[in-house]
Design a protein around this ligand. Structure first.
Ligand code: CA
Length: 239
């Protein structure tokens, strides 16, 4: 799957150089010359990373970044800033802004690619979640793709496994179906939110004692789904 990099930069020569370099490395590139346009581009489709120039004609790059961090679906997007010499690098990397890295113009395309790949690798490791998840009567191991429910191994499709693992890696967090499609199915998908419901139903039949009264995979009405871990020992109160 081609990863998309969104470039927000108003200098056409730099956009051309970046587009050429990134495409040669196998990235899908989209660009915007203004901050607002860049924000809209990012909101429309999932990107793997954004390269943002600090000096833009409308919103500056720092403001673009701040707005991205306020957007629930873009809060974790990796960001690399393009800066001119002498710009406030401390602020860029400060917690306040939360960029992942920056490069100073003029930069070498090779160095920029190396930085991009490093940021993407780091993010991938963070997204993987723990290799083994264990809760009451359910255990899943990403290294072997094995799932044990009440002592018995069960068969899950790759997508069912990914969906369950994603939800279980973020216990108690509520995900809308659209978010799950982006996170689990990815952007090259030809599926509708209904697909999520179908997979959740199948998972419940495989892991829940009473699929119609799920303990793990819960529906949050009007919002989406969440995974609720159970304590390892069954408490008396719950019985
Ligand atoms: Ca500029």
């Amino acid at each position: 799957m081609m990863q998309r990099v969104v470039v927000i930069e108003d200098e056409k020569d730099i956009v051309d150089l970046l587009s050429y370099t990134l495409r040669r490395e196998g990235f899908d590139v989209r660009s915007a010359g203004r901050g607002q346009e860049g924000l809209e581009l990012l909101q429309r489709g999932p990107a793997a990373l954004a390269l943002i120039d600090i000096m833009l004609p409308d919103l500056d790059g720092l403001e673009v970044c701040r707005r991205l961090r306020e957007d629930k679906s873009l809060r974790n997007l990796p960001i690399i800033f393009l800066t001119a010499k002498g710009e406030e690098v401390d602020r860029i990397l400060g917690l306040e802004i939360g960029a992942d890295d920056y490069v100073v113009k003029p930069f070498s395309p090779r160095e920029l690619i190396a930085r991009i790949k490093a940021v993407l690798r780091r993010r991938e490791r963070e997204d993987e979640g723990p290799p083994v998840i264990e809760t009451r009567d359910l255990r899943m191991d990403t290294r072997t793709q094995e799932v044990i429910v009440r002592g018995q191994p069960i068969e899950l499709s790759t997508l069912e496994f990914k969906l369950l693992h994603f939800l279980a890696s973020h216990p108690r967090r509520i995900f809308a179906r659209e978010n799950l499609l982006d996170e689990v199915w990815g952007r090259d998908r030809f599926v509708t939110p209904r697909t999520v419901d179908v997979h959740i139903r199948r998972l419940r039949e495989k892991i829940e004692i009473q699929p119609e009264k799920p303990r793990y995979l819960q529906t949050v009405r009007g919002s989406g789904y969440r995974f609720t871990p159970l304590p390892l020992e069954e408490s008396e109160l719950e019985a």
